[in-house]
Design a protein around this ligand. Structure first.
Ligand SMILES: C[S@@+](CC[C@H](N)C(=O)[O-])C[C@H]1O[C@@H](n2cnc3c(N)ncnc32)[C@H](O)[C@@H]1O
Length: 330
């Protein structure tokens, strides 16, 4: 009896520690992005407002990896926005401190509505940053029309942008929040998950993918995350994160490009394509790649290749409205 009590009382604590470590990964992403932006890999005037930590040097292979990720996702996203003429919605799952909304606003490419979802503590932090920094709040006000904008410590809902505090493993609550903020299942929908699904069990992420494919009439899902994790290099990546309490509970789906594709096809998506980041890198505009390759001397070419072979972009479509989403490619 005593043993049973000890086990049950320990379990939630382990889960909490794990979730806290997962939430911490969003700071890693914004720190790396801010460093790459400061060197000139790409432009993002907003990322600095979301990073609390002092500037920290990152290895060139890390910055090039982030460059490929940001550009690769952006190319697919822009193709979706053009195909739908921005008559669509975007749902950024596990958005962390992502700045895409502000960049799209600057480029006059905002969808009808842009939603972000993350754990409550991350959503609260993001809202606090927005409220206290005019360069972040002004674009939201400018894009807002109609009734008064709803903003409190835990949620933000304007006519073009919403932050939703929710756990992606709790789908009924997630759907309720999204609907409350005006999610429209009839609008073409782009879902984005960058380094998020691997932190959920395969069962939880499968439910999320199935929910998305069955909710929207026309949709595309962009997933960026680890791949080829069964080899030695993958094992080292897993161990590195484990040492920070971060178990990659979804690693099973990241075994190969095939498992990444398959998880979408068995969850109701009609098409799915997955390519590793080496291939993504080779699809990027050669002039810009030449420019960024001149920014910093790269000693460890082999390490960069290994890193890029262990991340991938996967995109899946479902297109009951025949918008031609299947033609979207890098
Ligand atoms: C590595 S960060 C990536 C952040 C952002 N997508 C980017 O690329 O900068 C992973 C994010 O997913 C969020 N996340 C992971 N599991 C989640 C869950 N079950 N519910 C809500 N958010 C989750 C974390 O809080 C974190 O902000």
């Amino acid at each position: 009896m005593a043993m049973a009590t000890a086990t049950t009382s320990r379990e939630p604590r382990d889960a909490d520690i794990y979730d806290e470590a997962v939430r911490g990964t969003c700071d890693d992403a914004s720190l790396c992005k801010r460093y790459a932006v400061s060197i000139g890999y790409w432009k993002d005037p907003y990322i600095e407002y979301f990073v609390r930590q002092p500037k920290e040097r990152k290895a060139p292979e890390i910055s090039r990896g982030y460059y490929a990720r940001v550009q690769g996702v952006s190319q697919l996203l822009m193709a979706f926005l053009k195909k739908t003429e921005c008559n669509c919605q975007i749902i950024n799952l596990g958005a962390g401190m992502d700045t895409l909304f502000w960049k799209l606003k600057d480029e006059n490419m905002l969808p009808k509505k842009y939603f972000e979802v993350d754990f409550p503590s991350i959503a609260t932090r993001k809202i606090h940053n927005i409220k206290s920094k005019p360069p972040l709040s002004k674009p939201i006000m400018e894009s807002h029309s109609g009734e008064s904008l709803l903003i409190d410590a835990h949620s933000l809902d304007s006519s073009r942008y919403a932050i939703i505090a929710a756990d992606l493993r709790e789908l009924p609550k997630l759907e309720e929040h999204l609907k409350k903020c005006g999610m429209d299942p009839h609008l073409p929908t782009l879902l984005i998950a960058e380094c998020v699904l691997i932190y959920m069990t395969p069962e939880h992420s499968a439910c999320l993918l199935r929910w998305a494919s069955s909710t929207f009439l026309a949709a595309m899902f962009i997933n960026y995350e680890q791949v080829n994790m069964a080899d030695r290099f993958g094992q080292i990546m897993i161990e590195n994160l484990q040492s920070r309490q971060c178990n990659l509970v979804g690693v099973e789906d990241c075994r190969s490009l095939e498992t990444q594709r398959e998880r979408f096809l068995v969850s109701g998506w009609e098409t799915a394509k997955a390519i590793d980041m080496m291939e993504v890198y080779s699809c990027l505009p050669p002039g810009d790649v030449k420019r960024i390759e001149a920014l910093e001397f790269l000693d460890e070419k082999e390490l960069l290749e290994q890193l890029m072979q262990h991340y991938c972009l996967c995109w899946a479509t479902k297109d009951s409205c025949r918008l031609g989403l299947v033609d979207i490619d890098l």
